[in-house]
Ligand binder design. Structure first.
Ligand code: PAF
Length: 316
């Protein structure tokens, strides 16, 4: 949205950036969005102002991305949930047990493989500024604690609208339901689903402990986030403005990662205090899950470039 602002005799054009995201202002997305705004506003002397739409205020992540494509929304921070529906290659990061730890994931996303995938968004009406982060995903549910693959048999678990995650849970024998995030809490409350999976950053900030009894630290898949802008909007920016948005995106990523580091350190204690029963998969138990999900890998290797998978695994 464009407007004119009068200040002490000066007339400056101002552009409002609508920034939508699924979580609250005090989440990793909220702190990332605030850092993005602060840097862009400072770097452009207030030529750009921001209007935040947290907590899915503009709809589910898929709808928001579609809004960016047609230019009705300027920017968003989203999970990899639905990104594979726009740029299929992003799905490679959703393969279970692919990343060893946060450092490994950050090095891959900040390196060539991450950059190659970011560049693909320009072909689909979007411009990807940077990879943000949510952390490793864990399972919560109301049915039982999980220690072995058999414990998820028949579990009605919500997955993101993401074919890689869906296939993994089907292979494990669960009963997964892909669902947009705005429907998840009410579906848990009504017992339509038994559980869901998300990183500690989400579980803590959304207070999933209010609707979920068991948390299993499964770390089954790494969950990147992405800072995306509308391509029509991006193409209308000057080089100096583009540089300001890129600098803002760097600040957003640092803020998100800082939040994730903090919640990784404190989140489990917080959730135990709030009454959740927390279990941790040992290395052997994790290996049993990895073994049980093997049949899905054959399909992943057909869908994704083996060279990319090998480069991810080989990243030190
Ligand atoms: O589970 C999801 O859909 C995502 O992780 C969430 C919570 C919307 C954050 O992007």
């Amino acid at each position: 949205m464009f407007g004119l602002v009068l200040s002490a005799g000066a007339v400056a054009a101002q552009t409002e950036v609508k920034l939508g995201y699924a979580l609250a202002p005090d989440s990793h997305y909220g702190v990332g969005a605030a850092a993005f705004q602060e840097v862009v506003e400072a770097e452009t002397d207030g030529e750009f102002t921001f209007k935040h739409f947290p907590s899915s205020g503009l709809g589910g992540e898929r709808e928001v991305i579609e809004g960016l494509q047609i230019g009705t929304i300027e920017a968003t921070i989203v999970s990899s949930g639905t990104l594979a529906n726009f740029v299929p290659e992003t799905g490679v990061f959703d393969i279970p047990f692919l990343f060893r730890d946060l450092d490994h994931a950050r090095r891959v996303l900040d390196g060539e493989v991450g950059d190659e995938i970011l560049a693909k968004f320009d072909d689909v009406g979007l411009h990807a500024l940077a990879w943000g982060e949510q952390g490793f995903r864990h399972i919560t549910n109301n049915r039982n604690q999980i220690a072995k693959p058999e414990d998820v048999a028949g579990l009605k678990i919500r997955t993101m609208e993401n074919p890689v995650h869906l296939e993994a849970f089907e292979t494990l024998g669960a009963a997964p339901t892909p669902m947009a995030w705005p429907e998840v809490i009410s579906s848990l409350q009504q017992g339509v689903i038994d559980g869901q999976e998300n990183p500690l950053s989400v579980i803590v900030s959304v207070k999933l402990d209010e609707v979920q009894e068991y948390l299993t630290l499964s770390g089954h898949v790494y969950s990147p986030a992405m800072l995306l802008v509308s391509k029509p909007f991006w193409d209308g920016l000057s080089d100096a403005h583009k540089a300001a948005f890129e600098k803002g995106a760097e600040a957003a990523v640092a803020a998100m990662r800082g939040f994730v580091d903090d919640v990784e350190a404190s989140g489990v204690a917080t959730l135990k205090e709030r009454g959740m029963e927390v279990g941790t998969l040992s290395a052997e138990q994790k290996a049993a899950f990895q073994q049980a999900v093997q049949p899905a890998y054959e399909s992943y290797y057909k869908q994704y470039d083996k060279d990319v998978i090998d480069r991810i695994i080989a990243t030190e």
